[in-house]
Design a protein around this ligand. Structure first.
Ligand code: SF4
Ligand code: SF4
Length: 276
């Protein structure tokens, strides 16, 4: 029997489906006696855009961020790698929490912005079944009651829009039927998935320091944007994964790939010969 959206909602939730204009009786601020309780001993799944924002805010490259601040896990069916924020081993607190709150507040991950809201989406685009929000109720959080917002206001206050926009191409990648089969992702494709989604600085080197640009038709303006614009590179990475993992027609091979490669080689040899 196909799994319904509701079947995938965790057990500790208010069973009501919430829409954007439903009331959200919740308040969170630094005066709460539970302030930062939610930043301890939690599993925070990072999206590709979360990793991009956090590594940039910290001024470090994506490989260093992944090594230092994350652990790799996988989904229940062992199919999909998942990047989790690593809690401090001594006290299980998030490495970014301080007595004043989140030191990365402006760049905190999607999951931290959403809490205590969760979001359930249909597994496949389906006109008869829509996604919905739900409320997580956990003993450590005393923010329930006393709020007078709607779900829509909450999401807007939390600056979710950008994250949803950047998450759309990741979601499209996740819509591929492959993720619902039993077939495992081969190791080389798994490594490519992790690099393109999460290790963006390494993915940039893959694009610019291999024969990649000789092989694919990419408009020059876009190539220039990919050199410096992380968001553009992430969008591109999602298109590349749909092409390289699943053969979707998101990229076009150059007809003159061999000729371009040879021209580039000659230019590089000339530059070496003349010392430029
Ligand atoms: S990233 Fe910030 S908001 Fe999220 S758990 Fe860590 S300290 Fe808390
Ligand atoms: S535990 Fe709940 S109310 Fe307290 S700071 Fe965290 S989200 Fe806000």
């Amino acid at each position: 029997m196909p799994e319904k959206v509701a079947d995938r909602v965790p057990q500790n939730v208010n069973p009501f489906r919430l829409g954007l204009d439903d009331a959200l009786d919740f308040r969170c601020d630094c005066k709460q006696d539970c302030f930062t309780n939610c930043c301890r001993d939690v599993s925070i799944v990072l999206t590709p855009y979360d990793v991009l924002r956090m590594k940039r805010a910290l001024g470090i490259d994506s490989s260093t961020f992944l090594d230092k601040y994350t652990v790799l896990s996988c989904t229940r069916n062992k199919k999909l790698p998942v990047v989790l924020l690593k809690m401090n081993p001594e006290d299980k607190r998030c490495p970014f929490v301080t007595p004043q709150g989140c030191s990365l507040y402006a760049h905190r991950p999607w999951a931290c912005r959403m809490y205590p809201l969760g979001k359930a989406e249909p597994e496949r685009p389906n006109p008869s079944e829509h996604g919905f929000y739900f409320l997580l109720r956990e003993d450590f959080c005393h923010g329930h009651g006393g709020g007078s917002l709607t779900v829509r206001n909450w999401l807007s206050e939390q600056g979710i829009d950008n994250f949803e926009m950047m998450g759309a191409s990741f979601q499209r990648l996740m819509l591929n039927e492959f993720w619902r089969t039993e077939e495992p992702l081969p190791a080389s494709k798994l490594a490519m998935y992790i690099m393109a989604c999460f290790d963006l600085d390494r993915f940039r080197r893959f694009v610019f320091e291999t024969r990649f640009l000789d092989l694919f038709e990419i408009h020059e303006e876009r190539v220039e944007a990919l050199r410096t614009d992380d968001e553009e590179l992430l969008e591109f990475a999602m298109e590349w994964l749909r092409f390289s993992l699943f053969g979707e027609k998101t990229m076009r091979l150059r007809k003159d790939a061999a000729e371009v490669a040879s021209r580039r080689r000659t230019r590089a040899e000339d530059a070496t010969a003349t010392g430029r």
